[in-house]
Ligand binder design. Structure first.
Ligand code: SF4
Length: 413
């Protein structure tokens, strides 16, 4: 078993833990933001309905800002107010509502999990973090802890990006905060700290602190309800203590939770010395040719061809203008030729590469891909028969396009 971390990185004094819980909860009661899922969780008497509301909000909030999520959440809950209603929805409906929120597999898995609860668990949500994580697709350790603590009152902690930042600062943890060893320590800490009588509020308070006060770049330490427990702040105010390994400082080298010896405390950064992450991998660059095919619809209004992506992989099941990944370094002329070939399959008629009009380039950043769409357009005359043997495709007006399950990248195109 690994050696326990040095005392300066732990919460070991029960009186201090009690005081921290009290200060944090008092601050949360006074300062928390009004958010629709909180209002529902506070007023809904049925625990399973509460759990469903928390679950939907937590899945939407992964990688997405609160301000963006609110509207999606409200529309979702209006359309599918219960797990049972969601279980009956089609994937197409889910994708349409999710369009623009990104990371589309989240919506799909939420719906699959709802179906599983209805068909395999007799409509009963699992009630502990362990069971939620084990039984529901798409529910990881964090989401399971959030649902179990907020909806069912289980005294279990949560660790998300906000909690990582707050805990690393409170306890001067400067080792790579994305490493499994550090994450495991943070879970231990979150589980030890969580308030036994109000676990859901405590977890939300810790996350709220990270979201509104202990923010990444310019934390508001002066207003922080737990500042008297914060070792990063103490270190900023009073500097580095004498180089004697004691409860204030681990001394040079060897500590698994201190900043690496090669990157010591930087006094110009203050508390933002923590947390630290190993350098992120650069997103890979990719180019895709895409063509907006246009025809006159039966009422004379322009219509555009959209086709459905495969049911797995990036943007699974979403609709897009016919598109084709391009090999690196392909010349413009060659790009047109391969795109024209690709379009021939969709339209069932020859497409002359020279007839494609270059419109411009659109850049969209996915989490791991720096994607450039090279956009062309092509007006078509006469009737076009779509080949039913190919992936599903359809002609849509501009209004229908915006109501379809299309990604933000395609809307930019
Ligand atoms: Fe974060 Fe500052 Fe509060 Fe410490 S005192 S927890 S760094 S806001």
């Amino acid at each position: 078993a690994p050696a326990p971390p040095p005392a300066q990185h732990l919460f070991s004094d029960p009186a201090e833990i009690e005081a921290l819980r009290g200060s944090l909860l008092a601050w949360y009661d006074k300062c928390k933001r009004d958010l629709p899922w909180r209002a529902l969780a506070a007023t809904e008497p049925d625990a399973d309905r509460r759990a469903y509301a928390v679950w939907v909000s937590e899945i939407m909030l992964q990688q997405t800002q609160v301000a963006t999520v609110i509207d999606y959440y409200n529309r979702w809950m209006q359309k599918w107010p219960t797990l049972q209603a969601l279980a009956q929805a089609s994937l197409e409906e889910v994708n349409e509502l999710w369009a623009g929120l990104g990371y589309y597999s989240r919506g799909k898995r939420l719906q699959e999990a709802a179906r599983k609860v209805v068909s395999e668990l007799a409509g009963q949500m699992p009630r502990t973090a362990e069971d939620l994580q084990k039984l529901l697709p798409g529910v990881g350790r964090y989401t399971a802890g959030a649902i179990a603590s907020i909806s069912y009152g289980q005294a279990t902690g949560v660790v998300d990006g906000n909690v990582i930042r707050v805990l690393c600062r409170l306890r001067c943890i400067g080792a790579d905060s994305s490493s499994p060893a550090v994450i495991e320590r943070l879970w231990d800490m979150a589980n030890a700290l969580v308030d036994r009588s109000r676990p859901g509020d405590f977890n939300q308070a810790l996350m709220e602190l990270g979201a509104t006060v202990c923010v990444p770049k310019a934390p508001l330490c002066g207003e922080c309800p737990v500042k008297q427990h914060c070792r990063a702040r103490r270190r900023k105010l009073f500097g580095k203590p004498a180089p004697v390994p004691d409860v204030e400082d681990c001394g040079a080298g060897g500590c698994p939770l201190c900043p690496p010896a090669a990157e010591p405390w930087d006094s110009s950064l203050g508390v933002t010395n923590f947390p630290r992450k190993a350098a992120k991998k650069q997103p890979r660059a990719a180019r895709t040719a895409t063509c907006v095919l246009e025809r006159r619809g039966c009422h004379g209004a322009p219509e555009y061809l959209i086709v459905q992506r495969p049911s797995s992989g990036l943007l699974a099941g979403l609709w897009e203008f016919p598109s084709l990944p391009l090999a690196q370094g392909l010349q413009e002329e060659k790009q047109r030729e391969v795109l024209a070939d690709h379009l021939r399959a969709w339209t069932g008629r020859p497409v002359v590469a020279g007839g494609l009009r270059f419109i411009g380039e659109v850049v969209h950043i996915f989490s791991h891909i720096h994607q450039t769409y090279v956009v062309y357009s092509l007006p078509l005359d006469g009737d076009v028969t779509l080949d039913p043997a190919l992936s599903p495709s359809r002609w849509v007006t501009e209004k229908e396009f915006h109501a379809s399950a299309v990604s933000t990248a395609m809307k930019k195109v």
